[in-house]
Design a protein around this ligand. Structure first.
Ligand code: TXE
Length: 492
């Protein structure tokens, strides 16, 4: 079967790589190539960034004021809304995520554009209440310049929307670098941006590999901010390369998010929440609730029910509506999961379910897997798998649960299951994570920020201040005095 061929968009031109090189993307459901993308090298990245910088400084882009930029984003939201099924099918094909999940995600995607569009002309400066009577000062929020958005494969459209929308709302230009494993939908999104009337070169997309295309982009001297979502190891490269140019950074990395189930919880509801947390998207979610802390008094009963429920999950083709768990997105990720499972077994973790590839003819499928761990310091309790592997441990008291929840390098998300309202708020206050869900899990909203503590990264995306993260504050001083400047050698 012939491969679907995609081009990149650089400075508004649809093009291949300078070198003519291409790479193939594999369909996770079949492990066969289905599409082909340009393999951008440094020269292609230079073209994209230089064009983005030129456009940023152009009178055309500068003359499009914040209200008009908001309208462009609303139009882009409308176009996404008109293309939900196409985008959902494409993303599902590319990264193996269930169609029911990508459909729901893309269905909500326009809201990120609409909400952020509304913020565009609400970015205000301040007049400062100075302690100097002969001075006045005010601030201006300015765009940064060229933004580089480096995107992973697990939710490309969503993770791009929360970067692209605020970056444009603030008046920046942007170069997108999708994952080499899932580039297709970002290319489609750039086509929609063009149709929306966003001027040529404001949004470019370069496709290719991390160490070449990604590194060239994140270290480019004209890039003023790198908005990165991906793994912690890669983030360290990005931090180092951005250091050369003092580019700003936002980093949304992985997690080992705890789900804490108290004995007074609605256990049926908690069961669904736990399954959603770790087995939805085959565990390939930055907020996966991969550490289950269960109060000892309900531990056996709850765990048995979880094993029973997880064993009935329908693994299958992501394109089918009845499938509940699709494949791992890449062969590498499948190997990562297998290696974690081996290590956990070696360390003596008790396997309660799964622990093997799923028995399908082709594709990178893995079974829902549950391990009981002896200590929170166990490898599986501490390291992110990014797969359908739950690590379970009992606790006795709230204090102990909190200590375990916080004993982690990560701090992206957490879940707490309890009917005790005071306890819910206490745990929400005391858990060190950027998000905590009470009696629910994996809910997102354009109005709510996401981002982590510690090794889960820094900066926040989405929400009311998302646009500010793509601006720089300038202070303007006005001398109100008619007297001449006095002593030049004294700070005033
Ligand atoms: O991500 P990478 P990978 C975690 C998860 C997973 C691990 C590795 O634990 O097992 O990361 O996954 C680009 N300079 N998450 O290898 O490498 C790359 O091309 C600049 C968590 O897929 O972080 C891609 O576009 N860029 C996560 C993007 O970085 C580079 C989602 C992310 O890829 C680069 C995915 C470099 N040197 C994985 N090297 C989440 N937070 O949701 C790679 N890239």
């Amino acid at each position: 079967m012939s491969l679907q061929e995609f081009n990149m968009s650089i400075a508004g031109e649809w093009t291949g790589a300078n070198s003519g090189k291409v790479f193939e993307s594999l369909d996770p459901a079949t492990a066969s190539p289905w599409a082909q993308f340009p393999d951008a090298d440094e020269s292609d990245v230079n073209r994209a960034v230089e064009a983005a910088d030129r456009v940023f400084k152009s009178s055309e882009w500068r003359s499009i004021n914040a209200t008009a930029r908001g309208k462009l984003l609303r139009k882009l939201g409308d176009l996404v809304a008109q293309n939900i099924e196409t985008l959902a099918q494409l993303e599902s094909r590319d990264n193996g995520k269930l169609i029911r999940e990508t459909r729901a995600q893309v269905n909500y995607l326009p809201e990120f554009f609409y909400y952020t569009a509304g913020l565009a002309d609400k970015v205000e400066g301040e007049t400062l209440p100075l302690d100097k009577t002969d001075m006045m000062a005010y601030t201006i929020r300015e765009p940064l310049g060229v933004v580089a958005a480096i995107i992973p494969w697990n939710s490309p459209l969503y993770l791009t929307a929360i970067k692209l929308a605020p970056a444009l709302a603030a008046g920046n230009t942007i170069v997108l670098k999708p994952s080499e494993h899932a580039s297709a939908t970002l290319i489609e999104l750039v086509k929609l941006a063009e149709l929306a009337g966003i001027p040529k070169g404001v949004v470019s997309v370069v496709t290719g590999f991390g160490p070449s295309t990604g590194a060239a982009l994140s270290s480019h001297p004209l890039v003023r901010k790198v908005a990165f979502t991906g793994g912690a190891a890669t983030a360290k490269h990005v931090i180092r390369s951005s250091a050369e140019n003092f580019a700003k950074l936002s980093l949304e990395l992985g997690g080992k998010s705890p789900q804490i189930v108290f004995e007074d919880a609605d256990l049926d509801s908690a069961l669904n929440g736990i399954v959603a947390g770790i087995f939805a998207a085959s565990g390939q979610s930055c907020v996966a609730g991969s550490r289950l802390l269960i109060q000892r008094s309900v531990y056996n009963k709850f765990l048995d029910a979880l094993v029973e429920k997880a064993s009935k999950i329908k693994i299958g083709d992501p394109a089918l509506d009845e499938s509940e768990m699709g494949p791992m997105a890449t062969a590498q990720q499948l190997a990562v999961v297998e290696s974690f499972v081996e290590q956990a077994k070696k360390q003596g973790a008790k396997l309660r379910l799964g622990g093997e590839r799923a028995d399908l003819e082709k594709g990178w499928y893995y079974q829902p897997t549950i391990f009981e761990c002896a200590a929170n310091s166990d490898y599986l309790m501490q390291e992110e798998v990014f797969g359908p592997v739950a690590a379970v441990i009992p606790f006795d008291t709230e204090e102990e649960a909190l200590a375990m929840a916080n004993d982690s390098n990560y701090g992206l998300a957490a879940g707490v299951w309890t009917r005790d309202i005071a306890r819910a708020h206490r745990v929400a206050r005391d858990v060190h994570s950027g998000i905590i869900w009470v009696n629910t899990y994996r809910v997102v909203s354009a109005m709510a920020s996401i981002g982590g503590y510690k090794h889960s990264g820094y900066g926040r995306e989405s929400g009311i201040d998302s646009v500010l993260a793509y601006t720089e504050r300038k202070t303007v001083w006005i001398n109100l005095s008619s007297d001449p400047m006095s002593d030049p050698f004294v700070m005033r």
